[in-house]
Design a protein around this ligand. Structure first.
Ligand code: UN1
Length: 489
């Protein structure tokens, strides 16, 4: 079978070792393609290519860089159906969600393309006469982007579109579960007119290609989305070179349902947030904190809805839930069912694999869960949610905040006072009122507090801070030496 090559500068090349790996469809096991299993030597070449392209790209006017991203958005739109189908195949999310994933990349490309005519800094008056002051954003250099499989087109766009508009060049190491989608993403960027070497793609595994990228001395910025454990390892590996590290890690996101909530709306939000993408989102609602006054009613309506969800082939329009990404994910999700049962939680529905073919797992709901149980604290990354009964608003907020993660959060209530208290008190980077925990839009910051990250954000204006350094510039046109803090006193 022919191998999809690494794209390094103008070259299409295999791993120097000749090693390869195969991408398969989680629904059927059918092969999608073969890719180079790259190692340090291949990453070194890709970084050299990105480094060589940096000066040309940073000196290209930002509106011109933006014009390429506008064209890229058009090209993505023209290829939306192709990418959507490929995503159902290679990643396994259902068609409506796959289309949304591609749309998110279109939106992000348009948003960042427009930034080409802004990238605003500040001007501010000087304390001295005949002196001008301003701050400007400067690109940093080669960005190492390491992307996950769960949003295989959207997340590369979250990293690459802002990195590029700011004038950086990129080496992308995409997840080994979805390499063809990343390959198509980069091919389409080239079709939009991106110069050779500005974006390079190196396929392979985290411990090999990913590790080499993280440690490379010529890669001053790393942007990583993945597990908390890997995020910590990336941070440690990057520390010796004082690299900038942007992390977007796990979540254990809670929906709070108060006694005055619209219960049917809450059930809609829970079903969409807990079981969409088979729960494989960092924003998935894996906890539902429910006021005791509506606990029985909510359980009843939720289970009735969940049991109607149809597992099936992700490209089939009738399917609600596709497969998990791979065998290891299936084993992990099932192990948490056993952990939950062992902890004394009550299994209301699901709790077993969905079929003998593909990595399907039945949507699973545990009730009578206590906030301290492992199933209520650890990220499962599958279609499992946990119902935690509470007696008051205060107890609900305390339970929501009791985990080490802080990505997304939500409350269903008709009480505006409670809604505003929740907006203030929930420890999370994102809070939804009367909606589930997923559904972020590209023009607000995306990311989390506590164990979800290290203070940076993707998307919106905040993303520009990851990919630029501020430079403050002072222009003295007085013709004499003027000393700040001294000569004006
Ligand atoms: C992720 O799970 O890594 O808000 C990203 C959402 C999506 C993005 C999720 N727009 O759920």
């Amino acid at each position: 079978m022919s191998v999809h090559p690494n794209l390094i500068g103008a070259e299409r090349s295999l791993a120097a070792s000749g090693d390869t790996f195969v991408s398969t469809m989680p629904a059927t096991g059918a092969e999608v393609g073969t890719f180079p299993r790259s190692a340090k030597v291949d990453v070194d070449r890709a970084v050299a290519s990105a480094k060589a392209a940096f000066d040309g790209w940073r000196l290209t006017p930002a509106p011109e860089r933006g014009a390429i991203l506008f064209r890229f958005a058009d090209i993505l739109r023209a290829h939306k159906d192709e990418l959507t189908l490929l995503m159902t195949q290679e990643m396994g999310k259902v068609a409506a969600e796959a289309g949304g994933d591609v749309q998110e990349a279109i939106d992000m490309s348009l948003y960042m393309a427009g930034e080409g005519r802004r990238l605003s800094g500040q001007t501010t008056p000087s304390e001295l006469r005949d002196k001008f002051m301003m701050s400007v954003r400067m690109p940093i250099g080669v960005v190492g982007a390491i992307t996950p499989w769960n949003f295989p087109i959207a997340i590369p766009s979250w990293k690459l579109a802002p990195a590029l508009i700011c004038g950086n060049t990129v080496v992308l190491k995409p997840a080994e579960d979805t390499p063809l989608l990343a390959q198509r993403f980069v091919e389409l960027l080239h079709e939009a007119g991106l110069p050779d070497g500005v974006v390079n793609i190196v396929h392979g595994f985290g411990e090999e290609a990913g590790d080499a990228l993280v440690r490379h001395p010529d890669v001053p910025v790393l942007s990583f989305t993945g597990s908390r454990e890997t995020g910590i390892a990336v941070t440690k590996a990057a520390a010796d070179n004082l690299k900038h590290v942007h992390l977007e890690l796990g979540g254990k996101n809670a929906i709070i349902v108060m006694d005055d909530a619209d219960i049917d709306l809450a059930v809609d939000g829970i079903v969409w947030s807990a079981f969409g993408t088979a729960g494989q989102r960092c924003t998935a609602a894996s906890r539902v904190i429910v006021h005791r006054a509506v606990y029985d009613e909510l359980q009843k309506r939720l289970v009735a809805r969940v049991e109607k969800l149809r597992l099936g082939l992700p490209w089939d329009p009738d399917t609600d839930i596709g497969p998990l990404i791979n065998a290891a994910a299936l084993a992990k999700v099932h192990s948490y069912t056993e952990i939950g049962l062992g902890e004394g939680a009550k299994l209301l529905t699901g709790g077993e694999p969905g079929s003998s073919d593909g990595f399907y797992y039945r949507p699973t709901v545990f009730a009578d869960v206590e906030a301290g149980m492992r199933i209520a604290r650890e990220e499962i990354f599958g279609p499992t949610t946990t119902l935690i009964p509470v007696g008051s608003f205060e107890e609900a907020i305390a339970a929501a905040n009791s985990v080490e993660y802080g990505l997304s959060s939500s409350i269903f209530t008709r009480d505006v006072n409670k809604a505003f208290r929740a907006m203030r008190d929930l420890q999370a980077g994102i809070t939804y009122i009367n909606a589930g925990t997923t559904g972020a839009e590209v023009h607000l910051p995306f990311g989390g507090v506590k164990g979800t990250g290290n203070g940076h954000r993707e998307a919106g204006q905040a993303a520009l801070d990851v990919f630029t350094e501020w430079k403050s510039i002072y222009v003295d046109y007085s013709g004499k030496l003027q000393r700040a803090q001294i000569d004006n006193q």
